[in-house]
Each structure stands twice: as structure tokens, then as C-alpha cells.
Ligand binder design. Structure first.
Ligand code: ATP
Ligand code: MG
Length: 560
């Protein structure tokens, strides 16, 4: 293994050398179960799990389930499933709600120590009094109430005696602190809501700040790795832990940058809106940046991991190009995906000189084709060839534009792995549209090369109609047209791509495509990588196109 050089590994290594935490390393990945995991979470997962792995430590999956209103058991299951798919097995699956009793006991302890008090004011008044930068905080009139009174009220809050929001428990720290989080933050609020695990046991729920560091300490986390927005919470994280009789070492919070990806969003709330508004077909829609969406789209877990590793861990928030993520996907699939021939938008191609057998039926010839030239272990398959074929509609032009080297009347091209053919004429429908191309093949060019060595510029994929199977292919474009959705207007939805999905229903595939297993990714030659849908047989999602710099550049130029 190469020596890690990211700053988090440096911190951990220094801690180990100094004997901090007895050289133990324990991290955790702490999602809130209010949605499914997305590509941003993958970064956090890779950071937490790989840091633990690298130093022989452990990493728990902790459900940060302190908001009963928004959390659901469905997401808990989904998160674990997606985490495992990404390639990580948590040492333990734990829940912040497992610690509600301990957190509550510690809250009483803080009150007894004169470090916390019950405030009878409402939330608006409390935030008003918090002040702001350059605006001093105002102390609550309840701040100096006797500890015994706060303790009594806290117990009655727990017992459910008061309305939601009627009172709260606050830490007594410093209303004049430069750090807003230290201005007597709220630790418990009254929420008489049913929780997905503790049901109606609790009428009060801890805030993020009260739950997080304490949960870390209860579990024995050494390095609590979180994203930059929690940097300003760190003094509070430390203060709270310093007041408590901890069972072990005080964990240490270290922040790293969030990762965003162009043309998509990584806010669970906004992703949920896309689902609820029917913009996409659920959390596993192949256009979603969720792990289940990417999986359905055909992204290999290893490609996502490699992307997260190679983009590095820093303290500067960054937005990575989606093209970069796609290049990891392509690199992976190039080695693993078997090749097949599929025609997405078929145009009939009839070979007039194709032979018939003794009974007058057209001959069928079989070609033995490698499944994956990158991997000989994938073996070969037989592909049927006859005189009744389909080719891609845009591989033919009756009147070829300049530099069009594919098929047109009088032109000779290669049908991949089969024969050289020359177009002779076209058949049109009543609208004047070409519905069939007639051609002749050169029987001496079997395998695709002419014995006289004559040059043929284009090689095209094809499917023989009698042996073909019908398939549907979903093609995808960016979910958001803007690289930074919402950058111009402040509203990401303004940048939604109205044409992010196109379903082709007339595609014809060679017979072997029918054997694709659910979720299997195949390379459709010249068209890209396609994942077999996990539920609907015969439906394929285009994972990514094949590298086509030229088309990409053209598209960019056309947009400007
Ligand atoms: P959201 O706003 O989408 O709900 P969140 O940060 O509230 O995001 P959590 O479920 O709390 O979502 O996230 C679990 C962990 O993943 C946290 O430690 C969080 O910092 C981290 N995380 C979330 N989004 C990203 C991201 N885009 N890049 C890196 N880490 C992330
Ligand atoms: Mg969060």
C-alpha cells in the first residue's frame, strides 16, 4: 500500500506516534436516516472507512436519528444496503437513539453542575436574543433559575407535561462569546413525536450538538471526521465533552471539505423534492446522484470509490467535474463489460446477393466473436448473420454530407466482424423517408477484410433481424443543465434539464443480450455502456457513452 499523504492520515499518524488514544483509531459514518445516500456521502464513507482501515482501526455506521419527524426505518435499511454495495462493512451498526438514556442522564448532570438550565421562552425569542456578529447576546431571564427548579422542569419536559416548543434545555456557557454556538445553545427541545425506534418513549429530543460528540464518546470514537460546516461547532463539541464524566478518552473532531459534483445536487432535502414532485422516478432513478440511482445506472462501486480516493481529502470545498466521475466509470467498465451489438434506431439493410439454402430459405452464418477483447477469460459467443439486417439510422445518408464516411449509395463499408457491403439503392415510404437500404456483400471478405486489400474507411455494427431480440434503451443527459445548479437564480430547479431522459423502444439486439442478468453492464458497440434494469427485463439504461471528445467539443461549441 502507498503511504497516505492526506492531512487526516497525517493527524492520525501523529496521534498514534504520540500515543494519544493509546494508538487506537475509531471513526464513524453518521448519516441522518432522512433520505438515501448520495455521491457526497460516498466521499465521507471513503474518508471514514479508509482512515480506519489504513490504521487497523474500526468504523461504525451510526444512524444520527435525533429528528423523529423526518426519519424513517425505510431509510435505515436503505443506507446499510447502499453502504455495503459501496464495499464497506461497518464494525457495528449503532443508533444515536440507543444513547437517549445516557444523554438524558448527562443532561441532568449538567443541570446539577449549574452548566445547563431550562428556558421557558419560545424559540423565536431565544434566537432573537442570541444576537449576531458584533451584536451582543442577551441573557435569558431564566438563566439564573436554581438548578433544582431546572431539574424539576427537565423531568417534567421528559414526562410530556408541556406543549411542543414551550420550554427547552440550554447549556449555560457564554452569551457574549464570539462563537455563536457557545451562546447558550439548545440541548433538548420538546417534540411529542413518535420516533422510528423509540416510538413514544420520549417527549424531548436532543439537538445535533448535544447528541453528536456525546455519541462519539459513548462509542469510543477517537477521530470524529465531519464536514467543514461543523468547524464553528468544534468549540461547543469540546466544551460539552469537557463537562462530562466520560467513560474514556475525549474524541477529537476534524473537519474536511464537502464534495459536490457538477450538473447535480447533493442535498437530501432537495433530492427528496425531486422524488416527491415526480421530476424523477424515485430515489433509484438512474439520473439521481444517489448511490442506488448510480447503481441502477450501472456505475461500478469500485469506480465511485476510486473517484472519491483520487479527488483527495482537503479542507477546501470543491466541485468535481461529472466527466471525471464518468471517466472512472468508463475505465472500470472497459475492463469488465462484455461487448454486444445492438441497434438503437434501426434501419433495414437487405443484401440482395445473400444466398439461400436448398429449401429456398436464407442461409444463416455464425461468427465467433470475443466477448471482451480486454479480457480473454470472458470467452466468445456466436453471433448470427443473414441477408436481412438492421443498422443505425444515422449510419446511412442518402445524400452524404462532406466527410461522411459511413454508408451511402455506392459506398462500401465493413459490417463489423462479418463482410464488406456496398449500398446500391434505397426503398422509401410514401413520405419519401428511407425505410430500407439494398446492398450487396462481397463473399470473399468474410471476417471483414477484402483479399485484394482494398481500403474501407468505416466499420459499423449491425444486427441480423431473424435472430434479434427487441430491447428498450433509456438514454440520459445531465439532470441539470448548469454545471452549478442554481448558480444563476439561486434555485437549482430553474436549471433542471427538461430532456434528461429519452426512451428508445424500437431497438434490436443480438440474441445474447437476452441473457443479460439484472444489473449486468454490457458495452453496446459504438454506443456506450448499458446496464440491464434490475426489475424490467429487456430495459437497458445507458451508463455512460464511449469516449467521444469530438462530439463533446461540438456540443459545447454549439451551446456557446
Ligand atoms: P444533507 O444536507 O444532504 O442532508 P447532511 O450532511 O445533513 O446532508 P448527513 O446524513 O448528516 O447529511 O451526512 C452524513 C455524513 O456525510 C456527515 O458527516 C456529512 O458531513 C457527510 N456528508 C454529507 N454530504 C457530504 C458531501 N457532499 N461531501 C462530503 N461529505 C458529506
Ligand atoms: Mg446532517
Amino acid at each position: 500500500m502507498t503511504e497516505p499523504t492526506d492531512f487526516i492520515s497525517e493527524i492520525v499518524r501523529a496521534d498514534n506516534e504520540a500515543g494519544t488514544f493509546d494508538a487506537r483509531v475509531q471513526t464513524r459514518f453518521p448519516p441522518e436516516p432522512n433520505g438515501y445516500l448520495h455521491i457526497g456521502h460516498a466521499k465521507s464513507i471513503v474518508v471514514n472507512f479508509s482512515t480506519a482501515q489504513r490504521f487497523g482501526g474500526i468504523c461504525n455506521l451510526r444512524m444520527d436519528d435525533t429528528n423523529p419527524e423526518t426519519e424513517e426505518a425505510e431509510y435505515v435499511e436503505g443506507i446499510l444496503e447502499d453502504l455495503r454495495w459501496l464495499g464497506y462493512e461497518p464494525s457495528k451498526v449503532v443508533f444515536a437513539s440507543d444513547y437517549f438514556e445516557q444523554l438524558y442522564a448527562w443532561a441532568e448532570y449538567l443541570v446539577e453542575q449549574g452548566k445547563a438550565y431550562v428556558d421557558d421562552q419560545d424559540g423565536d425569542t431565544i434566537s432573537e436574543q442570541r444576537g449576531g456578529y458584533g451584536k451582543p447576546g442577551i441573557e435569558s431571564p431564566y438563566r439564573s433559575r436554581p438548578a433544582a427548579e431546572s431539574l424539576d422542569l427537565l423531568r417534567r419536559m421528559r414526562a410530556g407535561e408541556f406543549e411542543d416548543g414551550a420550554r427547552c434545555l440550554r447549556a449555560k456557557i457564554d452569551m457574549q462569546s464570539e462563537n455563536m454556538w457557545l451562546r447558550d445553545p439548545v440541548l433538548y427541545r420538546i417534540r411529542r413525536a413518535s420516533h422510528h425506534r423509540t416510538a413514544d418513549t420520549w417527549s424531548i429530543y436532543p439537538t445535533y450538538d448535544w447528541a453528536h460528540g456525546q455519541s462519539d464518546a459513548i462509542e469510543g470514537v477517537t477521530h470524529s471526521l465531519c464536514t467543514m460546516e461543523f468547524e464553528s461547532h468544534r468549540p461547543l463539541y469540546d466544551w460539552l465533552l469537557e463537562q462530562l464524566p466520560l467513560p474514556g478518552d475525549k474524541p477529537q473532531q476534524t473537519e474536511f471539505a464537502r464534495m459536490e459534483v457538477t450538473h447535480t445536487i447533493t442535498s437530501k432535502r432537495r433530492l427528496r423534492n425531486l422524488v416527491e414532485d415526480g421530476v424523477v422516478e424515485g430515489w433509484s432513478d438512474p439520473r439521481m446522484p444517489t448511490l442506488r440511482g448510480l447503481r441502477r445506472r450501472g456505475y461500478p462501486a469500485g469506480a465511485i470509490r476510486a473517484f472519491c480516493v483520487e479527488t483527495g481529502t482537503t479542507r477546501t470545498n470543491s466541485r468535481q467535474a461529472i466527466e471525471l466521475l464518468e471517466s472512472f466509470v468508463r475505465r472500470d467498465l472497459n475492463l469488465t463489460a462484455q461487448r454486444r451489438m445492438v441497434v438503437l434506431r434501426p434501419l433495414r439493410l437487405v443484401l440482395d446477393n445473400w444466398p439461400t439454402d436448398a429449401d429456398g430459405n436464407p442461409e444463416v452464418e455464425y461468427f465467433e466473436v470475443a466477448n471482451n477483447p480486454e479480457n480473454p477469460d470472458d470467452g466468445t459467443r456466436r453471433v448470427a448473420f443473414t441477408g436481412t439486417l438492421v443498422i443505425e439510422r444515422d449510419d446511412f445518408a442518402e445524400v452524404p454530407p462532406p466527410k461522411f464516411f459511413r454508408l451511402s449509395p455506392g459506398k462500401e463499408v465493413r459490417l463489423r466482424g462479418a463482410y464488406l457491403i456496398t449500398a446500391t439503392s434505397v426503398v422509401k415510404d410514401s413520405d419519401g423517408e428511407v425505410v430500407e437500404v439494398r446492398a450487396t456483400y462481397d463473399p470473399l471478405s468474410k471476417g471483414g477484410s477484402a483479399p485484394d486489400g482494398r481500403k474501407v474507411k468505416s466499420t459499423m455494427h449491425w444486427v441480423s433481424v431473424p435472430q434479434s431480440v427487441p430491447v428498450q434503451a433509456a438514454l440520459y443527459d445531465r439532470l441539470f443543465t448548469a454545471a452549478v445548479p442554481g448558480e444563476a437564480s439561486g434555485e437549482p430547479l430553474d436549471d433542471l434539464n427538461p430532456a434528461s431522459r429519452e426512451l428508445l423502444t424500437d431497438a434490436l439486439a443480438e440474441a445474447a443480450v437476452a441473457e443479460a442478468s439484472p444489473g449486468q453492464v454490457l458495452q453496446f458497440e459504438r454506443l456506450g455502456y448499458f446496464a440491464a434494469d434490475t426489475d424490467q427485463p429487456g430495459l437497458f439504461h445507458r451508463t455512460v457513452g464511449l469516449r467521444d471528445e469530438w462530439a463533446a467539443i461540438q456540443k459545447r461549441a454549439a451551446k456557446q
